[in-house]
Design a protein around this ligand. Structure first.
Ligand code: ATP
Length: 223
């Protein structure tokens, strides 16, 4: 479902952040990306989402080569992969429902259908009753769940999240992880980058670890 073949990544003229990375992720897996700050966890997720191109090598998502995707295929990738970045990019001049409706409006769904789907997505992440709140009126954990609702409203088959529990207390972090677990249990392939090893160990069944360019895979499988 996700495949890295000899992937290298450097920004500009800097040295390689990722060097010769090879792995496969099968449908339905729950994968934890670990490693110290600056190791390249976000970079790896951005390569999957097509937000950064690899410097060398190939990244495949659903058998399509992400970095060689023709422009007409890009909306398909955007729909297949729900992305939650460290900066959630919520719009603070719109309410929760309007934030979640945004990807649907971009797809051309009519407003009534989009609003209904946005409300269903908010319900799935435990934000029923908060539809009309502005993100500034929400706690950090609620904002994070709002970002998840926006990422899943297009019913992606893959969900990638960058430090979704950073700056949250343990209870809020667990609630966020329970939301990811629920989506994973209905078949959504999930990859989460985090520093929180003990928390991730409770949810993920595989760890990809990056440290100073070295890469290890707890599954032990080399593609
Ligand atoms: N757009 C960019 N341009 C130049 N350098 C970048 C860019 N994005 C990331 N880097 C550099 O690449 C390295 C890896 O960054 P990345 O954000 O992938 O690490 P990370 O493991 O996610 O770190 P953290 O845990 O602190 O979020 C860092 O040294 C960072 O400064």
């Amino acid at each position: 479902m996700i495949e890295f073949q000899h992937v290298f990544k450097a920004y500009g003229r800097s040295k390689n952040i990722l060097a010769d990375i090879n792995f496969n992720v099968d449908p339905g897996e729950f994968v934890f990306i670990s490693g110290p700050s600056g190791a390249g966890k976000s970079t790896l997720l951005k390569l999957i989402g097509g937000l950064e191109p690899p410097s060398r090598g190939a990244v495949f998502v659903n058998r399509q080569r992400v970095d060689k995707l023709p422009a007409r295929e890009r909306p398909y990738l955007r729909r297949a992969v729900g992305i939650i970045l460290q900066d959630t990019h919520l719009l603070f001049d719109r309410n929760a429902t309007q934030n979640v409706m945004l990807p649907l409006a971009i797809m051309g769904l009519d407003t009534r259908a989009a609003a209904a789907r946005a409300r269903a997505a908010l319900d799935k992440v435990g934000l029923a009753g908060k539809e009309d709140l502005n993100p500034v009126e929400m706690s950090g954990g609620e904002q994070q769940r709002l970002a998840i609702a926006r990422a899943i409203v297009n019913r992606p088959t893959i969900l990638i999240a960058d430090e979704p529990t950073a700056n949250l207390d343990q209870e809020s972090a667990r609630r966020i992880m329970d939301v990811f677990r629920d989506f994973n249990q209905v078949g959504v392939t999930t990859l989460i980058a985090s520093h929180d090893r003990p928390l991730m160990a409770r949810y993920a069944n595989r760890t990809l670890h990056i440290d100073a360019g070295r890469f290890s895979d707890s599954s032990g499988v080399t593609p």
